[in-house]
Design a protein around this ligand. Structure first.
Ligand code: CP
Length: 305
């Protein structure tokens, strides 16, 4: 495929190839000169219609480490504000010489629409509540790095599953690679029928994290929630906020993850966020290697190289 739109439609072996390639990319990032000439002359455009710190900057760093040129289109000061459509914006970027587009947009399916209409790789950096495949890939890479394997790992994803593109991509990816996925949260924030995706649902945090290898906490997405949503933030924190004392219920060497940005003191206590069990900073670091892997595989590399 020319694009990375989500993990629903890619195979187990494709995911494994991306993770393996990311390992080689991480080795490059450990060298004194963190740069290879692989994508010299290529132009990668970041088109972010929603805010981002981690994803946009790590795509930029990944492109630079592969010697590609990058351009960040500032959507707020572009002709998008005059009503130019997503497709017309991307066609303009292609005419300016872009070789790939990284897109984040609030509407599910926007990356797919773009991929169908322009003749260059499109990488989905998050489309509404649909998918955030590069986040799930870096999460899986981090699980493999910390725990040695993904198959058989018990992974609890806690929080606002309903509004979470991170959760959806993680579910697709982790189940394809043989992990046992548990979803934990209030019934108002877990889509009805999600068990069909091969996951177990728990409305009780303590029950859900019993014996798990990994706890991945999601951010409560206040910007996506309807007014009057239940539970309130206070109630949520009381029932689902992860605190140090919860960890004794999980495996002794449990790994605590969070895609960021964190609402400290809401879904995770401050001491836990940067405690010894947490790998939140490693996740960010691994994000650069994952995005290098994807740019390399979609723009320059081949299985034989
Ligand atoms: N995890 C994540 O997507 O973070 P940003 O919104 O900062 O990119």
């Amino acid at each position: 495929d020319k694009d990375l739109l989500g993990l629903e439609n890619i195979s187990k072996s494709e995911i494994e190839l991306i993770l393996e390639t990311a390992k080689s990319m991480k080795d490059i990032l450990k060298r004194p000169i963190k740069k290879v000439p692989t994508l010299r002359g290529k132009l990668i455009v970041n088109l972010f219609y929603e805010p981002s710190t981690r994803t946009s900057s790590s795509f930029g760093l990944a492109a630079k480490s592969l010697s590609a040129d990058t351009m960040n289109l500032s959507v707020k000061s572009s002709s998008v504000t005059k009503g130019e459509s997503l497709v017309d914006t991307a066609k303009t970027l292609k005419a300016l010489g872009a070789d790939a587009v990284v897109i984040r947009h609030g509407i599910p399916g926007s990356a797919k629409l773009l991929a169908e209409t322009i003749d260059m790789p499109v990488l989905n950096a998050g489309d509404g509540a649909h998918e955030h495949p590069t986040q799930a890939l870096l999460d899986m890479y981090t699980i493999k790095e910390k725990r040695g394997k993904i198959e058989g790992q018990k992974v609890a994803i806690v929080g606002d599953i309903k509004h979470s593109r991170v959760a959806r991509s993680n579910i697709w990816g982790l189940t394809k690679l043989g992990a046992e996925v548990r979803l934990i949260g209030p019934s108002t924030l877990i889509p009805v029928g999600i068990e069909q995706m091969g996951v177990k649902v728990y409305n009780n945090l303590e029950e859900g994290i019993e014996g798990v290898d990994v706890i991945n906490l999601l951010r409560i997405q206040r910007e996506r929630q309807d007014k009057g949503y239940f539970p309130t933030i206070r109630e949520y924190t009381k029932r689902y906020g992860l605190r140090k004392e919860h960890l004794k219920l999980a495996k002794n060497d449990v790994t605590v993850m969070h895609p960021g940005p964190i609402n400290r003191g809401i879904e995770i206590s401050s001491d836990l966020a940067y405690g010894e069990e947490a790998v939140i900073e490693e996740q960010v670091t691994n994000g650069v290697a994952i995005r290098m892997s994807l740019l390399y595989l979609l723009l320059g590399g081949s299985r034989n190289e």
